[in-house]
Design a binder for this molecule. Structure first.
Ligand SMILES: *Cc1c(COP(=O)(O)O)cnc(C)c1O
Length: 460
């Protein structure tokens, strides 16, 4: 088919879009000076687990569009649920009104979540879910008559989002250092990152050392702590650091002993990513507050939730004069289209038997990583839980010497993998693999081969 006289050719259209992007779009977590000199990859549509650019090239979505896509793109069932909701109402407020999909989703989440989390407070991103949990914990302690319990405790390597409260409890200096003067003071305990724990370089020894440090901090500061916040089982943006078995459960038990609330940030690990619906199920432990976002709508729309226990909720009850209301709420909170997408996504977890398939795919991926990636000379450690993988590249394998940050080794490997049909985004020197949970075995081969070739060309 020939182009219409006034329709720009694909190449001309692509160039025009790229120019407009560079003129007007400021991209997140991106050095825009480098972006100006580069050719942006512009996505136009998607099919299943593949993204398709304006030139019609197809790429496997190797990081699930930043960790959100669950059942693939353009899943008929989710598309239809959103369209059906559009036929009813796109948005109505939750301030003073209730809405059908928000009610149904809250009941569903309460049923699926770890025991005791019966109340659902909506917002629209992982960061806001965390802010809400922090404010609830703080206000809870005041209202139960323990105002001195006002500080927070977190892991040294942690990521909880980019708003100021979430940055305060986060611990990634590269992202957060400049904002230090704006942040509140948070106590830190060591992350169980045994690969880089010189004092205790095995999972068990590292776990015990970190738990001892936590116990001591709680001993000294428990009386002034409102809550401990942690990403259960995997510190995601810190580099896919997988906790040694037993760490989480023991950490929660220590907090309980010192009357410190526990907040689980399952924004990355929730909704099947680690092989169970929520990661904390694997340690048979539940928090007082649970933050979810990313995969909640199957990766379709921005929606988040903070789930709370009855004990916390009850402490906020009283007359208007009691001043116990939780004064927090974002305008688009509980958006009906997003809730409808989330309900359809949760249906698919059942009809597609997603959790069983994740466990099968995780085993297949582990085998591919062991044979094709682990032998490469600059692969230091491969960390995996379910379909959540970090491949830590090192300048020297024996000494575990890290690459200098300005070598940009992770970015270079991911860029090289793109030439082999896979979209990736690293975390420093860690190559992240987070395919949609709907990934097929053939697609896993494509993913791992693209990464292998990227590692070979950029590190060997
Ligand atoms: C992504 C992420 C967040 C922040 O979520 P946003 O939707 O980007 O605000 C918080 N916590 C964890 C563990 C995350 O991975």
């Amino acid at each position: 088919m020939t182009a219409l006289p006034h329709a720009p050719s694909d190449a001309a259209r692509q160039a025009a879009l790229a120019t407009l992007d560079k003129q007007h779009v400021w991209h997140p977590f991106t050095q825009m000076q480098a972006w100006q000199d580069d050719e942006p990859l512009i996505i136009e549509r998607a099919e299943g687990n593949f993204l398709i650019d304006v030139a019609g090239r197809r790429y496997l979505d190797g990081v699930s569009s930043l960790w959100v896509t669950v059942h693939g793109h353009r899943r008929r069932e989710i598309d239809e649920a959103i369209v059906a909701q559009l036929g009813r109402v796109a948005h109505s407020t939750m301030l003073g009104l209730a809405s059908v999909p928000a009610i149904e989703l809250a009941a569903r989440l309460a049923r699926l979540a770890p025991a005791g989390l019966t109340k659902v407070f909506y917002s629209d991103s992982g960061s806001t879910a965390v802010e809400i949990a922090l404010k609830m914990a703080f206000q809870y302690q005041r209202q139960r008559g323990r105002p001195e319990k006002r500080r927070f405790l977190g892991l040294a390597e942690a990521y909880h989002g980019d708003t100021l409260g979430a940055v305060s409890v986060g611990g990634i200096d590269l992202f957060h250092e400049i904002f230090r003067p704006l942040l509140f003071d948070v106590l830190r305990v060591p992350t169980p990152y045994w690969y880089r724990d010189e004092a205790a370089p095995t999972p068990d020894a590292c776990r015990d050392r970190c738990l001892a440090a936590l116990a001591q901090t709680l001993e000294e500061h428990g009386h002034e702590l409102a809550a401990f916040i942690v990403e259960p089982l995997v510190q995601g943006a810190a580099g896919m650091l997988v906790q040694p078995p037993g760490y989480l459960r023991a950490a929660v038990e220590l907090c309980r002993k010192h009357d410190v609330l526990v907040i689980f940030d399952e924004v990355a690990t929730g909704f099947g990513r680690t092989g169970t619906l929520f990661a904390c199920e694997q340690e048979a432990i539940a928090p007082d507050l649970l933050c979810v976002a990313k995969g909640l709508t199957g990766g379709y729309l921005p929606l988040a939730a903070t789930l709370a226990s009855d004990r916390i909720y009850t402490a906020f009850l009283g007359s208007a004069a009691d001043q116990k209301t939780f004064f927090h709420g974002h305008t688009y909170t509980g958006n009906p289209l997003a809730c409808a997408a989330a309900l359809a996504s949760l249906d698919l977890f059942e009809s597609d038997q997603v959790l069983a398939r994740v466990r099968l795919r995780a085993a297949q991926l582990a085998a591919l990583l062991a044979t094709r990636i682990a032998p490469r000379p600059h692969v230091g450690q491969i960390r995996q839980l379910g379909l959540m993988v970090g491949i830590e590249l090192v300048a020297d394998r024996v000494s575990r010497r890290a690459y200098p940050a300005d070598a940009q080794v992770g970015a270079r490997v991911c860029r090289a993998a793109r030439a082999h049909g896979v979209i990736l985004r690293p975390l420093g020197s860690v190559i992240v693999l987070m395919p949609p949970l709907s990934v097929t075995e053939d697609e896993l081969e494509l993913l791992v081969d693209a990464v292998r070739r990227g590692i070979e060309t950029e590190t060997e």
